[in-house]
Design a protein around this ligand. Structure first.
Ligand code: NAP
Length: 263
């Protein structure tokens, strides 16, 4: 299937590693011009080199923190100046820490809101007016299956990602008539570097092996294993494409069937 992504201009936030990098790689593979950001310039350089060598396509990369609105504004403006437009934007950021309610300070709440919700608002504010001008656009937010089924100990994620979901659903209503779709994509257990480190951490404290921890997670999933980042990126690329032109305002898990609800 030709997704029609050749020549599209795509921003992928927080994309030097993990899910973001896999999405950038998939979009580049489909012929899109890709612009990525993350805080570490060294990791961005590594990711750009990998995308270049695996797809033969150049990558525009900028070191920035997605919670810095001025930096996001400058980045999106630079992408537009370089490539002429912005067609696709995939929002993403690091995950908020895993904690229970009584252990979370007010400052930690504020920091998590900045990271998860406000970073999405920042990108949406910058890309949507540009997409509206061109009468075409795709805004995709990377959230979590926690918006389908809250996960114990992930109170910040459970609470704030629901806000991102509501934001995207409302934007889908406001911008649909402009040729822009807005959708949420929700990873379940996906074997990124971060998940591997989390497994190592839990393995150490439980006196178990990394494989035993990954096995416990896999056992919760009807498909019987955790996902690869590429399996997640495949959905994002489809939703970013011309082929998904009538899919708008939805929240789709890529979780192997982990979430137990009907919808
Ligand atoms: P990851 O492997 O740790 O990658 C995170 C990426 O985000 C890195 O490129 C990191 O680069 C960048 N980043 C983090 N904070 C940033 C910031 N403030 N500004 C700019 N870039 C930032 O994580 P992942 O597994 O791909 O997860 C991505 C998101 O999906 C997270 O929010 C995570 O909670 C969520 N999620 C993941 C899973 C899973 O199983 N993997 C499941 C559900 C939800 P720098 O550190 O250099 O900035």
């Amino acid at each position: 299937m030709d997704l029609g992504l050749r020549g599209k201009i795509a921003i992928v936030a927080a994309a030097s590693k993990g899910l973001g990098k896999a999405v950038a790689l998939e979009l580049a593979n489909e012929g899109a011009e890709v612009a990525i950001c993350a805080r570490s310039a060294a990791n961005l350089e590594k990711a750009s080199a990998e995308i270049r060598s695996r797809t033969g396509r150049g990558v525009f990369a900028k070191a920035l923190d997605v919670t810095d609105y001025a930096a996001v504004q400058a980045f999106v403006a630079e992408v537009e100046k370089r490539f002429g437009r912005v067609d696709i934007c995939v929002t993403n950021a690091g995950g908020p820490p895993a904690k229970k309610f009584v252990d979370i300070s007010v400052d930690e709440w504020r920091t998590a809101v900045e990271l998860t919700l406000m970073s999405t608002v920042f990108f949406a504010r910058e890309v949507l007016p540009r997409m509206r001008k061109n009468r075409w656009g795709r805004l995709l937010t990377i959230t979590s299956v926690s918006v389908k089924q809250p996960i114990d100990n992930l109170l910040l994620s459970n609470s704030i990602r629901a806000g991102v979901t509501g934001l995207a659903k409302t934007l889908a209503n406001e911008f649909g008539a402009d040729g822009i779709t807005v959708n949420n994509v929700c990873p379940g257990y996906t074997l990124t570097e971060r998940l591997g480190e989390l497994a190592d951490h839990l393995a150490k404290s439980a006196g178990a092996s990394r494989d035993a921890i990954l096995g416990q997670w896999a056992a919760q999933v009807p498909i019987g294993r955790v996902a690869s980042p590429e399996e997640f990126a495949a959905l994002v690329a489809f939703l970013a494409s011309e082929r998904a032109s009538y899919i708008n305002g939805v929240t789709i898990p890529v979780d192997g069937g982990w979430a137990k609800g009907l919808m």
